[in-house]
Design a protein around this ligand. Structure first.
Ligand SMILES: [Zn+2]
Ligand SMILES: [Zn+2]
Ligand SMILES: [Zn+2]
Ligand SMILES: [Zn+2]
Ligand SMILES: [Zn+2]
Ligand SMILES: [Zn+2]
Ligand SMILES: [Zn+2]
Ligand SMILES: [Zn+2]
Length: 410
């Protein structure tokens, strides 16, 4: 009977867990046997690093994810209409750009702004910091891929990528996704400010001359909404429909307010006058679980160590046992249960060689530790207990006096 039940549930449990399986970890090298997704944390079971630390070719998945993000959104804006490729179809794959006036200068980008004017696209990329330019095969391409995973978590947009949501949680999440698609989500446009001024003038009903002084003068200032510095004459700027076309950004200034990273592929979330990446917009709206990294749509959750947690996810990072009501220790910002702590992290007493309990009193000197008990922290010469006494440490031994030291080390 049990076997039958499992054969029904197993395929569901592994939903979405096949992607990236077996990929080598770039950080742990051969210490990781290959990527294997933890059943609810978004990390590798073998080495505990994230998917982006593993050598996964993410392009098709990325494009699917971003395509889905823009599904059901309306890009009726003026600029979108001008686009030859027409969003929301997402062109996020490799582009090789050869500029007609610069022979031999053909460069492949993992992404470039989808504008018809290739010079503008290339100039936009040149205005980014060198280590963030999405040139294929460079650290900039790796940076973009990592930011893609970090800024736009799939589990912030797709309930099927979340772990065991209740029907009520699924409903709340769908409402949340609908809300940000209606109110916040957008993608930047790259234009010359002069071009934009022209487009705006045309839009304002006919001739530039007849538009009246006001909108024209507002566009004259051309200073960046992020750094307030002026735009350079003839250089491309980033515009965001949600923010209004009276605002513009230097390409390198189109960043998330919280993490200050370049908004990946210019995908932004606009809220109360600020730009956010998807992750930090989510954080501004909902608590995020420190265990599974998903936004929390349940009314019940717990706060511990300055983070929020699904009740079932405040678990030991090593063995996944639930920690509610248990003693735990924070190691590298991860909660660890007492048995795992004693086994894997606890310092050993230099005298009795057993682990020192996290709650036990201890004496520490440089890298040496002892139970704070007379039978452990004692003179190596005369065995006198040294708690609260003067002592000296020589070659890993503790002594009460020079005399005792001479007895042992001569
Ligand atoms: Zn790893
Ligand atoms: Zn791994
Ligand atoms: Zn700026
Ligand atoms: Zn951010
Ligand atoms: Zn969780
Ligand atoms: Zn544990
Ligand atoms: Zn001891
Ligand atoms: Zn002594």
């Amino acid at each position: 009977m049990l076997a039958v039940v499992f054969s029904i549930y197993l395929p569901q449990m592994s939903l979405g867990h096949e992607f990236g399986a077996g990929a080598a970890c770039l950080k742990c090298k051969d210490k990781c046997e290959g990527f294997e997704l933890h059943f609810w944390r978004k990390i590798c079971r073998n080495c505990k690093c994230g998917l982006t630390e593993h050598d996964v070719q993410m392009n098709t998945e990325e494009n699917k994810k971003v395509g889905k993000l823009f599904e059901d959104t309306k890009f009726t804006g003026l600029i979108a209409k001008l686009k030859t490729d027409g969003l929301p179809g997402y062109p996020g794959s490799m582009v090789t750009i050869t500029l007609p006036n610069a022979p031999m200068k053909s460069v492949t980008y993992e992404w470039a702004p989808p504008v018809p004017n290739k010079h503008l696209a290339v100039r936009y990329i040149q205005l980014l910091p060198p280590e963030k330019r999405p040139v294929a095969g460079t650290e900039g391409a790796v940076y973009r891929r990592q930011q893609m995973a970090r800024q736009l978590p799939e589990h912030d947009q797709d309930p099927s990528k979340c772990h065991e949501l209740s029907p009520a949680e699924v409903k709340k999440m769908q409402q949340y996704v609908r809300k940000y698609k209606e109110e916040a989500l957008g993608v930047g446009d790259v234009l010359l400010p002069a071009e934009m001024a022209h487009v705006q003038a045309v839009r304002q009903g006919g001739g530039v001359a007849g538009a009246g002084g006001k909108p024209g003068s507002a566009l004259k200032s051309f200073s960046c909404h992020h750094c307030q510095q002026p735009m350079q004459q003839g250089e491309p700027a980033v515009y965001a429909e949600r923010a209004g076309y009276d605002k513009l950004w230097h390409p390198a200034c189109f960043v998330c307010r919280t993490c200050n990273e370049l908004l990946v592929d210019m995908i932004y979330f606009w809220k109360k006058g600020n730009m956010y990446c998807g992750r930090h917009y989510g954080d501004s709206e909902k608590p995020r679980c420190g265990g599974c990294d998903e936004l929390i749509f349940s009314n019940e959750y717990t706060q511990a160590e300055g983070q929020n947690w699904h009740l079932k996810h405040f678990c030991c990072f090593d063995c996944d046992c639930i920690l509610a009501g248990e003693t735990y220790v924070m190691e590298n910002d991860k909660p660890i249960c007492r048995p795992c702590y004693m086994k894997n992290y606890a310092v050993k007493c230099s005298s009795c060689q057993t682990a020192v309990d996290p709650e036990a009193q201890r004496v520490s000197y440089d890298a040496l530790h002892w139970h704070a008990q007379p039978q452990c922290f004692k003179c190596s010469g005369c065995s006198k207990g040294l708690i609260g006494q003067r002592f000296m440490v020589v070659q890993g031994f503790v002594f009460c006096s020079v005399e005792c030291k001479k007895k042992i080390l001569n």
